[in-house]
Design a protein around this ligand. Structure first.
Ligand code: ATP
Length: 537
């Protein structure tokens, strides 16, 4: 599938719009249109229902080490700044960036690719940020231009394979680098650290005392409420806390549609368990989360689970796996992260319980811990847990399945897009675009279509529409030929079309058409609501 086709469909049919589009847009921010909001809401609802609400705490699900409980939370976006100090985000949550002195553009350093290009004794490092399909072409074009050559002179140039990354360029070589949007050499700065948290100021204080950050993940709200949850409910370890909400990261180069945005939504679980059982729970959540995507339609080779190598793991982690999807905008064979499932040990609860900073020290001052990393002094509150049956006191281990609602939405959209042939009302084959969304997440569950706009058909259809609308998001359409109306619904992934025809007026039955199989069958109008409901929930 070509990504451009999906992007255009999303705009044309109201799934996704660029934020503030009439003012030229704002890079890295996206609005969900009337259909997009339903789709994303259905995905978040499916996650909440499957992970949190419909969980039966009296029975251990298949593969789970034991029974467990689940509850939810909804925490604020702005939290005490010390939370981010303690979580490590204040000191460590950064990417490297390079700036171009001339174009004033800023690039995420690991996304700038390049090659040495030689002509006789002259050499230049040409860079590109072009999409993978156009990278080669862009590099060649820019190399010819900087050496003042035409396409026919290409053989005068030799290219070194793309092994040199920008960080390896010695400072004396920097004068030889052609930045991605520059027309002259040597305009890029050294790579510099750039913290991804958005900063703001709380209250009337304008100075640093009022400084605060928009959360870059929802997880920390759960950790700092651990004690509140335990104390206010009768919940016992093992248990999980789920949260869905907005997170913000000032990504240097947001790209690939909504995949890397600056404002996005996360669906996170922090699962608290006994340290002895945490390896088993980690396995359980990996498998459970992978299966969830499969059940909603992301099957096949495009979906995979990748276990991190030990050198990729944080010092406190005994295991991390990513659920990845081969998004069509990535080069062949590459995958993008949909969700990370991390075994976080007792790192978070332990660091939030560490002693308070000496008040004489600056609140955000850096101390180095035994791993050579900044020490983040916590609240000084005891966040350990006492098991009232065994009387054992311990700091629970945490398994964290952390998913992105926007990335999941994008993956379901990419997977659903299809083109095929379907017969029109005269039986002639016509090409159609069809979004094969799982009925559970489809924005519109059914369309009610009177075959013609006369003979009493609209009246019956309106009545049925009203009955369906009470239960499900359905659509009524009486305009245009029936074949066209079907195709408009196929294109937005409506799983069922219900047609009211002349037979309906005689025997009170309607036709239901299945979007994927194109099969049609008749049901009694009085059974229609139950029939559709059964198929879409
Ligand atoms: P990446 O390596 O792609 O930046 P990450 O490893 O930093 O992602 P996490 O911190 O593990 O991501 O966040 C958990 C989930 O939140 C990700 O798997 C992803 O689905 C989502 N997410 C993270 N950053 C973004 C973003 N900028 N835009 C959209 N979704 C995001």
């Amino acid at each position: 599938m070509q990504m451009e086709k999906l992007v255009s469909l999303c705009k044309r049919r109201g799934f996704l719009f660029q934020s503030s589009e009439i003012y030229g847009g704002l890079n890295g921010f996206w609005d969900y249109g009337p259909l997009g909001v339903e789709l994303k809401r259905n995905i978040k609802d499916a996650w909440w229902k499957d992970m949190c609400q419909n969980h039966n705490e009296l029975l251990a699900p298949p593969g789970a080490p034991s029974t467990y409980e689940m509850v939810g939370l909804d925490c604020t976006i702005i939290m005490h700044p010390q939370v981010w100090k303690c979580s490590g985000h204040y000191d460590l949550f950064h990417d490297y960036m390079v700036d171009c002195r001339v174009s004033k553009k800023r690039y995420r350093f690991d996304q700038v690719r390049g090659k040495w290009v030689n002509r006789d004794s002259q050499r230049v490092f040409v860079t590109t940020m072009a999409e993978p399909d156009h990278e080669e072409e862009d590099l060649t074009r820019r190399a010819l231009k900087i050496f003042n050559l035409r396409s026919k002179d290409l053989e005068k140039l030799s290219f070194d394979s793309r092994v040199l990354t920008l960080d390896k360029i010695q400072s004396e070589d920097r004068a030889l680098v052609l930045g991605p949007d520059a027309n002259e050499l040597g305009t890029l700065t050294d790579p510099r650290e750039f913290n991804l948290m958005f900063k703001t100021y709380v209250g009337a204080l304008s100075g640093e005392e009022g400084a605060a950050f928009l959360r870059p993940e929802t997880a920390q709200g759960i950790f700092v409420n651990f004690k509140n949850v335990v104390d206010s409910t009768r919940i016992r370890v093992p248990f999980g806390v789920a949260q869905v909400g907005k997170s913000f990261r000032n990504e240097i180069t947001p790209r690939n549609f909504t995949f890397r945005s600056r404002e996005f939504e996360q669906m996170e679980i922090e699962f608290f368990c006994h340290p002895n059982a945490s390896a088993g729970w980690y396995q359980y959540w990996r498998n459970r989360r992978l299966q969830w995507y499969k059940d909603l339609g992301l099957a096949g080779e495009r979906l995979r689970l990748r276990e991190h190598d030990t050198d990729e793991l944080s010092h406190y982690s005994c295991g991390t796996a990513d659920i990845e999807y081969a998004f069509p905008f990535l080069p062949e064979g590459e995958y993008g992260e949909l969700e990370g499932i991390a075994h976080r040990g007792d790192f978070d609860l332990r660091s939030h319980s560490e002693g308070k900073l000496d008040p004489k020290k600056r609140p955000l001052e850096v101390e180095i811990n035994e791993h050579g990393q900044p020490r983040h002094r916590g609240s000084g509150k005891d966040l350990s847990y006492r098991d009232d049956l065994s009387n054992e006191r311990f700091i629970p281990h945490v398994i964290e399945p952390s998913a992105g609602a926007d990335r999941a939405t994008l993956a379901f959209l990419c997977q659903a897009y299809d083109e095929d042939q379907a017969p029109d009302e005269d039986g002639k084959m016509q090409s159609r675009v069809v979004m094969r969304l799982n009925p559970r997440i489809a924005p519109i569950k059914a369309a009610v279509l009177p075959l013609v706009k006369k003979d009493g058909m609209p009246e019956v259809a309106v009545e049925l529409y009203g009955a369906l609308k009470k239960k499900l998001n359905v659509f009524y359409d009486e305009k245009a030929a029936i074949g066209r109306r079907y195709r408009r619904q196929d294109e937005i992934g409506t799983p069922y079309c219900i047609t009211i025809d002349s037979q309906t007026l005689q025997d009170r039955t309607v036709t239901i058409r299945d979007r994927d199989s194109l099969e049609q069958w008749r049901v009694r109008i009085d059974d229609c609501v139950a029939e559709i409901e059964k198929r879409v929930t």
